[in-house]
Write a protein that binds this ligand. Structure first.
Ligand SMILES: Cc1cc2nc3c(=O)[nH]c(=O)nc-3n(C[C@H](O)[C@H](O)[C@H](O)COP(=O)(O)O)c2cc1C
Length: 147
């Protein structure tokens, strides 16, 4: 009984101090949007980390997963790049529905759907602890310089 309580307490402390979710090397998080950034598809991995069901995601703007630590300039660069028809790659910290967060390395690119409409796809992979540290510091600096 005591051991069980000890375990519960340990888990509670872990959750309070670290609400980061970690991708593994096989994680591959995909989402698809229309030309305005409204989600039209998300695969199982992305739903799992975002904490939303596919039905909850479809039709919502992609900024539902935006983390407040992300600087505006990162997304301004993303949109300028993909609207110019180019591929964008970058490090992104995302927010889950339950308030947890997770880091990804994202590749976002334009595509034409089978019905002829234009949209965008993002594929996300795990990043290293060193990259997470580096981008945490960089984005903190960028946020502090925002007006
Ligand atoms: C295909 C695609 C995937 C995107 N993925 C993310 C994402 O994972 N996280 C995120 O915060 N924004 C993502 N965005 C950018 C959002 O559309 C949005 O610009 C960003 O969340 C900033 O929101 P805001 O413009 O309301 O500040 C994505 C955009 C596209 C087109």
């Amino acid at each position: 009984m005591l051991a069980y309580l000890y375990l519960l307490l340990g888990e509670l402390i872990m959750k309070t101090h670290d609400n980061e979710l970690h991708l593994d090397t096989k994680s591959f998080l995909v989402s698809e949007t229309d030309a305005k950034g409204v989600i039209t598809f998300a695969n199982e991995d992305f739903c799992k980390f975002a904490g939303y069901s596919l039905n909850e995601m479809i039709g919502r703007p992609h900024n539902i997963v935006r983390h407040p630590d992300m600087p505006k300039a990162a997304f301004a660069d993303l949109w300028t790049t993909i609207k110019a028809g180019k591929r964008w790659r970058g490090f992104v910290k995302n927010l889950s529905k339950n308030g947890s967060y997770y880091w990804v390395y994202a590749t976002v690119f334009p595509f034409k759907s089978c019905d002829g409409s234009n949209g965008y796809i993002s594929c996300r992979r795990k990043i290293s602890d060193m990259e997470a540290e580096k981008y945490t510091a960089l984005y903190k600096q960028m946020k502090s310089e925002e007006k």
